[in-house]
Structure formats: structure tokens, C-alpha cells
Ligand binder design. Structure first.
Ligand code: HEC
Ligand code: HEC
Ligand code: HEC
Ligand code: HEC
Ligand code: HEC
Ligand code: HEC
Length: 493
């Protein structure tokens, strides 16, 4: 008599599947596949541009699929282990192709596997694209990225996707950014992110690999002619215009004379610097290596420290163009522009002062700001259609440039391109940096080194151009030339 109650080959393989864990796994797999296809269909047919549909389709559904599959396999393994313990022998898992049933099972299995791989490939491709999209970067974490998204939409780069500047081409930076991104998602969910988001971004990919993919650094720009319009804070909001010829030039002698502002682009010369503060606004040490290899160090008076190699940064595009996509307009310039465009009525007495004043009050959110701006201006002037337009414009300036929830506005995001409201160029060209043998850099008060003033003033004055450049006439009163512009000008009232 056979004493063995259950010969091992008689334990059917399907009995392995009969356990609760695997069943649960199977249900999750089926449910997530079903939702994936439904969402995928919705996403591709309806074109929502809704980031949440994307998050669900390409991140949440596949995650559930993975969990389901893992549970399924875990259930099978557990079951097998249990049987093995009670019976002493684990059920055989070999496949015998001579049996028609096994052939059928294998056929079905292979079919399903191919289908699954196909959909996974398609899914990963879409997931990749989705995580690279402006919707994902800008909208999925709504409050956090709101300031950068709004300012980006008003920038000259509104059609360049976030990732082209922040990640760039290639797999390494993609993986790096996804790794740090995972922490960022966690920080967002746990509400642990800093407000405002600090700038500059540490470990941003070098400009050579991002900006220079589109902007050929060898391009010779030459001179750019720009007119700046200002309204003074007097009763009549006196208009004062300045027309500048910016000597942008170029940095590569094969495409035009090397020199001007773009001389710094490191094509032939290299500029390095050390900043004391995290925001890179105080620069006491600059090192120049020119195209003949001659090295010159410039220091601020009193700065004698040795500079650690790891603290040295090579100057690139973003040291000047740090706000190519996220410009938080200072209220002073935003109001000037709107007045020039007649969206804020320049005929209203003291409107320049009043508009800048209301913009710079402390508001807890956008709704409060909108109401208080309206009340303040409505109380100051008589109600006309022009006033209503003015109020709307001021509210719009607030919406586009102030983000109280994130504490983001022009105060915390300096723009390094000029020198009026922030130190900018004068971080190095303040006139005080000297080399050991007494050489100076281009000085702040050498106004014609970087641009020529072609015309300045009001009305007919601005029509008369002087190609040799005019001496700067400061609007308002004259001032002590010991001061730099941003000692007084802050962009605010
Ligand atoms: C034209 C290139 C460009 C594009 C496009 C771009 N950025 Fe930026 N972004 C920058 C630069 C440059 C900085 C400043 C980096 C620095 O100073 O280190 C920056 C800074 C930031 C910061 C840090 C806070 C700040 O304002 O300095 C965040 C957050 C950010 N970008 C998010 C985004 C998002 C979201 C998008 C897409 C909606 C986007 N960026 C598109 C170039 C770009
Ligand atoms: C994917 C391509 C692309 C990338 C990457 C890119 N830009 Fe641009 N940039 C453009 C386009 C397009 C324009 C607008 C049209 C033009 O001026 O030709 C522009 C315009 C500009 C302008 C002129 C803006 C103005 O006010 O007229 C500057 C300055 C600039 N980019 C700097 C940068 C910097 C700095 C970076 C890197 C952080 C960068 N760009 C990255 C495509 C790009
Ligand atoms: C020393 C500061 C500085 C550096 C470094 C610098 N730029 Fe500029 N760039 C300027 C200034 C100033 C202008 C004039 C226009 C303006 O103010 O936006 C300008 C203008 C531009 C323009 C607009 C040209 C046009 O025809 O309208 C582009 C594009 C540009 N820069 C790209 C770059 C790129 C790319 C790099 C890096 C390879 C770079 N810049 C490095 C200061 C700089
Ligand atoms: C990190 C320091 C640094 C910053 C910031 C900086 N520069 Fe310079 N710049 C230098 C150095 C170093 C030189 C070479 C010494 C000199 O001629 O002053 C130089 C030279 C120049 C020159 C003469 C180029 C030539 O033809 O020889 C111009 C013009 C100039 N800078 C304009 C600017 C403008 C405009 C800005 C702001 C948008 C700016 N710089 C910001 C470091 C800097
Ligand atoms: C190191 C180069 C450099 C020097 C020196 C310099 N500037 Fe400028 N300045 C610039 C650049 C670059 C801009 C353009 C900023 C921008 O893109 O709008 C500018 C812009 C300006 C503007 C328009 C500012 C605005 O943002 O509304 C005025 C006015 C001006 N400069 C006056 C002067 C005067 C006056 C002096 C001499 C005391 C001077 N600059 C010296 C580089 C320089
Ligand atoms: C000692 C303080 C002080 C310094 C330094 C100073 N300004 Fe002014 N600036 C003023 C005052 C005050 C006004 C008048 C403001 C008004 O009526 O709106 C003014 C007005 C202006 C205006 C027109 C109105 C506006 O608000 O933009 C411009 C442009 C200007 N200054 C440019 C410059 C430049 C460029 C420099 C550096 C080369 C400079 N200022 C240095 C105090 C100063």
C-alpha cells in the first residue's frame, strides 16, 4: 500500500494560484491595467493638458500594476513554501511541452507577455515624455512652481520646455534630475519645501550643455539699441526716456571683433569668481585667464583670504542671464511699462507713486491684494473707464509678479543683467576691484564702456541722437558718485 497521501506530481500547479494574496494581486493588476487603458484613451483622445490625468496614467497606474504583480508572485511563492512544509516536497514547476495543456498555457503566457511588454514600452515612452512636459514640471505641484510657471509664460522662452534648460539632453542628467525630483515630490507632499525656493539653483547643469544648445556662443551680436521709459514720482508723472546703445559684441574673433559685453562668454578668455553669499551677489575675488594664458586676479579692497578651489565658479551665461525665463518684474519697472503703453493712465496725478505703493503693500494672498488695490485706487481718484482700466492693469501686474503663498517677488529674485536695481554687473565692475600690480577692471563710472547714451530726456530731446554718446543726466537730482545705483534704487517705491 502506498503510504504517501499525496504524491508530489499530483499537486496541480494551479493549486499554487489558489491563495488570497495572489488573488488580491491579480485583482489589483487587472484593475490597474483597466484604469491605465481608460486613462490612456482619455489622455490621447481628449488632450486635456491636465497634469493630474498624466500623473494618474503614467505614474500611479503603473505603480499599482507593479504592486499587484509583486503580490501575485509573493502569493505563489508563499503557497509553494507552505505546501513544501506540510508535504515535504515542493510542487514541480517544470514545463513539459509534450503535453498539449502545457503548450497551450505557454502559448497564452507568451502572448500575454508580448502584449504586456509592448504596453510597458509604450507606457514608459509616454511616462518619459510626460515627466519632461511643462505640465508636469509646472502644474503638478501647483503652489510650489506657480511663480516660475507664470513668469515663464511671460518670458521670451515661453515655448522652450522647462527641461531644456533645467535638465538638457542625455540620460545621466535625466536620471539625476529624477532622483532629486523624487525627493522634491516627497517634500511637496509633506509640505516641507522652502518658501521662496532658493536661487541660484545649486548644481544647475552648465550653460554649455543647455543654453548653448540653442544660442550659438560664437554669434556676434554687435550693438543693441534699447529705449527705457521712466515716469518720475512727481504730481505730473514726468516722462524721462533713455536710449542706450548696448555694446553686446561677441567673444569669438572668427565671427566679428572680440569684445564688448559678450567678451565674457569664455570662448577665448576665461573668467572665474568667488562669491561670499549663497545668492552670488557679493563677489570679492575675480580671476581672468586671457587668450594668451596670462592670469590676473582682482580683489575687493580688504579681501585677502585665500580662495578655496571648490568655491570657485566659472562664469557662464547664467551669471548675467539668470532670469531668462523667470523675470519677477520690479513694481517700478512694471508700472513704467504699463504707463508707457497707456494701460495705466499717465494723466492721473501721482499715479506712478500710488500704483507702486499699492503693489508693494503686504498681502496674504492674491484675492486680498486684488480687493485692496481696487479700494485704494478707487478712493484716490474719481471713477472713469480709464481708472477702471488702470485698476485692472495694476491687479494684473500683481498677479504676474507677486506670489504671496510662496513669498516670491522681485525682492528675493535678483536679476543680474544690468546694475540699476540690483548690483548685477557692478558685483565685479564696482570700480574697487584691483589686481596685485594695481590694474583696474572696467569701472562703474566709466558709463561708456558698456553702452552709449544716444539720447535722454523728454519729448523732442529723445529725438536728437548723439552717436558719440552723451554724458548721463540723472533724472531727479544729481547724486554723489560714490554711490552705486542700487544703493538708492531698489525697484520698489
Ligand atoms: C530658458 C531657460 C529656462 C526655462 C525654459 C525654464 N527655466 Fe527655470 N530657471 C532658469 C534659470 C537660468 C534659473 C536660475 C538659475 C540660477 O540662477 O541658478 C531658473 C530657476 C528656476 C527655479 C528656482 C527659483 C528661481 O526662480 O530662481 C525654479 C523652481 C524653476 N526655474 C522652475 C522652472 C519651471 C517649472 C519651468 C517650466 C515651466 C522652467 N523653470 C523653465 C532657466 C529656465
Ligand atoms: C530650446 C532652445 C533654447 C534654449 C535651451 C535656451 N533658449 Fe534662449 N531663446 C530661445 C528662443 C527661441 C528665443 C526667442 C527668439 C530669439 O531671440 O531668437 C530666445 C531668446 C533668448 C534671449 C533674448 C531675450 C530677449 O529679451 O529678447 C536671451 C538673453 C536668451 N534666450 C538666453 C538664454 C539663456 C541664458 C539660456 C540658458 C539658461 C537659454 N536662452 C536657453 C531658445 C532657447
Ligand atoms: C557679462 C554678462 C553676459 C554674459 C556672460 C552673457 N551675456 Fe548674453 N547678453 C548680455 C547683455 C547685457 C545683453 C544685452 C541684452 C539684454 O540686456 O538682455 C545680452 C544679450 C544676449 C542675447 C540677445 C541677443 C539679441 O540679439 O537680442 C542672447 C541670445 C544672449 N545674450 C545669449 C547669451 C548666451 C547664450 C551666453 C552664454 C554663452 C551669454 N549670453 C553670456 C550679457 C551677458
Ligand atoms: C564675475 C565678475 C564679472 C561680472 C559679474 C561682470 N564682469 Fe565684465 N569683466 C570681468 C572681467 C574680469 C573683465 C576683464 C577685465 C576688465 O577689462 O575689466 C571684464 C571685462 C568687461 C568688459 C570689457 C571687455 C573687453 O572688450 O575687453 C565689458 C564691456 C564688461 N566686462 C561688461 C560687463 C557687463 C555689462 C556686465 C553685466 C551684465 C559684466 N561685465 C559683469 C568680470 C565680470
Ligand atoms: C560694466 C558695464 C556697465 C557700466 C560700466 C555701466 N553700465 Fe549701465 N547698463 C549696463 C547694462 C548691461 C545695462 C542693460 C540692462 C538691461 O538689459 O536692461 C545697463 C543699463 C543702464 C540703464 C537702464 C537701466 C534700467 O534697467 O532701467 C541706465 C540708465 C544706465 N545703464 C546708466 C549707466 C550709467 C549712468 C553708468 C555710469 C555711471 C553706467 N550705466 C555704467 C552696463 C553698464
Ligand atoms: C543717492 C541716491 C541715488 C543714486 C546713487 C542713483 N539714483 Fe537714480 N534716482 C534717485 C532718485 C531720488 C530719483 C527720483 C525718483 C523719482 O522721482 O521717481 C532717481 C531717478 C532715477 C531714474 C528715473 C526714475 C526711476 O525711478 O527709474 C533713473 C532712470 C535713474 N534714477 C537712474 C539711475 C542710475 C542709472 C544710477 C546709477 C548710475 C542712479 N540712478 C543712481 C536716486 C539715486
Amino acid at each position: 500500500m502506498n503510504t504517501e497521501p499525496n504524491p508530489p506530481e499530483k499537486i496541480s500547479r494551479s493549486s499554487l494560484l489558489r491563495n488570497w494574496t495572489s488573488l488580491l494581486g491579480l485583482i489589483i493588476v487587472l484593475a490597474s491595467l483597466f484604469s491605465f487603458f481608460l486613462l490612456f484613451l482619455l489622455d490621447s483622445l481628449a488632450h486635456f493638458a491636465n497634469p493630474y490625468v498624466g500623473v494618474l496614467t503614467y505614474l500611479v497606474a503603473p505603480a499599482f500594476l507593479g504592486v499587484g504583480l509583486a503580490l501575485f508572485i509573493l502569493g505563489v511563492l508563499l503557497r509553494r513554501w507552505k505546501i513544501a512544509r506540510s508535504v515535504g516536497v515542493a510542487p514541480a514547476l517544470q514545463i513539459d511541452l509534450s503535453r498539449p495543456r502545457d503548450r497551450r498555457i505557454l502559448g497564452v503566457f507568451l502572448g500575454v507577455a508580448v502584449l504586456f511588454l509592448l504596453f510597458t514600452a509604450m507606457g514608459s515612452y509616454h511616462t518619459y515624455h510626460f515627466t519632461e512636459s511643462v505640465e508636469f514640471c509646472g502644474q503638478a505641484c501647483h503652489t510650489v512652481m506657480q511663480p516660475e510657471l507664470v513668469t515663464y509664460r511671460h518670458s521670451p522662452h515661453a515655448r522652450v520646455s522647462c527641461t531644456e534648460c533645467h535638465i538638457g539632453p542625455g540620460a545621466t542628467w535625466y536620471v539625476r534630475s529624477k532622483l532629486s525630483g523624487t525627493y522634491q515630490v516627497y517634500a511637496t507632499v509633506r509640505d516641507k519645501f522652502p518658501r521662496p525656493i532658493p536661487t541660484p539653483i545649486k548644481n544647475l547643469r552648465p550653460a554649455q550643455e543647455t543654453c548653448e544648445q540653442c544660442h550659438w556662443p560664437k554669434k556676434f551680436v554687435g550693438n543693441l539699441d534699447r529705449t527705457y521709459a521712466y515716469f518720475l514720482s512727481d504730481e505730473t508723472n514726468t516722462l524721462h526716456e533713455i536710449r542706450l546703445l548696448l555694446k553686446v559684441g561677441g567673444g569669438d574673433p572668427t565671427h566679428g571683433p572680440e569684445g564688448g559685453i559678450h567678451w565674457h562668454m569664455n570662448v577665448r578668455n576665461k573668467v572665474e569668481y568667488f562669491a561670499i553669499d549663497a545668492g552670488r551677489q557679493q563677489i570679492p575675488w575675480v580671476r581672468l585667464t586671457d587668450h594668451q594664458g596670462v592670469v590676473t586676479e582682482f580683489r575687493s579692497p580688504g579681501f585677502t583670504n585665500k580662495v578655496d578651489k571648490s568655491d570657485i565658479r566659472v562664469m557662464d551665461c547664467m551669471d548675467c542671464h539668470n532670469r531668462p525665463a523667470h523675470m519677477f518684474e520690479p513694481p517700478n519697472s512694471a508700472v513704467d511699462l504699463a504707463m508707457k503703453l497707456d494701460q495705466i493712465d499717465p494723466a492721473l496725478p501721482f499715479i506712478k507713486t500710488n500704483a507702486v505703493f499699492t503693489l508693494t503693500q503686504c498681502y496674504t494672498n492674491e484675492t486680498e491684494a486684488r480687493q485692496r488695490i481696487a479700494t485704494h485706487l478707487a478712493n484716490a481718484y474719481t471713477d472713469t473707464p480709464r481708472l477702471r482700466k488702470t485698476i485692472q492693469t495694476v491687479q494684473q501686474i500683481y498677479r504676474d509678479n507677486f506670489f504671496p503663498e510662496m513669498k516670491a517677488n522681485w525682492r528675493v529674485y535678483p536679476d543680474n543683467i544690468g546694475h540699476k536695481d540690483w548690483p548685477g554687473c557692478f558685483r565685479c565692475h564696482d570700480g574697487k576691484h584691483t589686481s596685485a600690480d594695481g590694474k583696474n577692471m572696467i569701472k562703474a563710472n566709466d558709463c561708456n564702456a558698456c553702452h552709449l547714451i544716444l539720447a535722454q530726456g523728454n519729448g523732442a530731446q529723445i529725438e536728437k541722437l548723439n552717436p558719440a554718446g552723451l554724458k548721463f543726466e540723472h533724472p531727479g537730482e544729481d547724486y554723489d558718485k560714490e554711490f552705486l545705483c542700487n544703493d538708492c534704487h531698489t525697484g520698489g517705491p
